[in-house]
Design a binder for this molecule. Structure first.
Ligand code: ADP
Ligand code: MG
Length: 235
């Protein structure tokens, strides 16, 4: 739920991002601002090439902006060491992409355990948490299957469970249902929203499926290098 008093999990201030130089210079962001607060689920919409993936990369601390500030839970990314940025990516942020990027040699439950194991959680505790999350995405019966033995929608549900396994505060999702047929996409999106709400996370979800904005708290519109707060929109 939107709560104007909740602390920000993500802020971007005066964000500028440009590629190239001179005549070939492309300014994707020209002073964009946005705040996402704890527990808020926000869709990010804009035409192809508008900069949705770029914003998620910057918010995910995978890329630095040309200028401007990015703050995760109030901490300015530019002031952090590489090690601190990596720690924030592992503990405060979860990522879901258009393609699942599951490890093919490992089962569903092992894939969901992986981020926790990397963070030093014991195998037993990681497995218990992974099974809890797989249950929330409706995949208890598929826990020991490898990705190739799962449908596209099931693979994406495993990827969602994996993204949540380190208890992030903010989920960043880039066209998470973009690779699925419309019916499967609707179901996966429903599962995504349900688990994000149950876990009390904030989420920023880039999509070109405008129907999805009906189900989120707020929409940010990427328009001419700025982020326009569309509030709660319905289509
Ligand atoms: P979206 O996800 O909304 O489709 P992107 O964030 O992927 O848009 O891209 C925004 C713009 O930035 C596009 O015009 C794209 O070509 C350009 N762009 C993205 N990454 C790079 C890069 N590494 N070098 C040059 N241009 C890039
Ligand atoms: Mg994109």
């Amino acid at each position: 739920m939107s709560d104007a008093a909740a602390p920000p999990v993500l802020e971007v201030r005066n964000l500028v991002r440009s590629f190239g130089e001179g005549a070939a210079k492309l300014e994707v962001f020209k002073g964009a601002n946005a705040v996402i607060r704890r527990g808020e689920i926000v869709t990010l919409v804009g035409p192809s090439g508008a900069g949705k993936s770029s914003l998620l990369h910057i918010a995910g601390l995978l890329e630095a902006p040309t200028s401007g500030e990015v703050l995760i839970e109030g901490r300015a990314a530019a002031t952090l060491s590489d090690r601190e940025r990596t720690a924030i990516r592992r503990t405060a942020l979860g990522f879901v992409y258009q393609f699942h990027h599951l490890l093919p040699e490992f089962s569903a439950v092992e894939n969901v355990m992986m981020p926790q194991r990397i963070a030093g959680v014991s195998a037993a505790a990681a497995r218990a948490e992974a099974m809890r999350l797989l249950d929330l995405v409706g995949l208890t019966a598929r826990a020991s299957h490898r990705p190739a033995q799962l449908s596209g929608g099931e693979q994406q549900r495993v990827a969602i469970a994996r993204a949540l396994s380190n208890k992030p505060k903010l989920l960043l999702a880039d066209e998470p249902t973009g690779n699925l047929d419309p019916r499967t996409a609707d179901k996966v999106f429903e599962v995504l929203l349900d688990i994000v709400r149950r876990e009390g996370l904030a989420a920023l979800i880039a999509t070109h499926n405008h129907k999805l904005i009906n189900y989120t708290d707020r929409t940010l519109l990427l328009h001419e290098g700025k982020l326009v707060d569309g509030g709660k929109l319905t289509v």
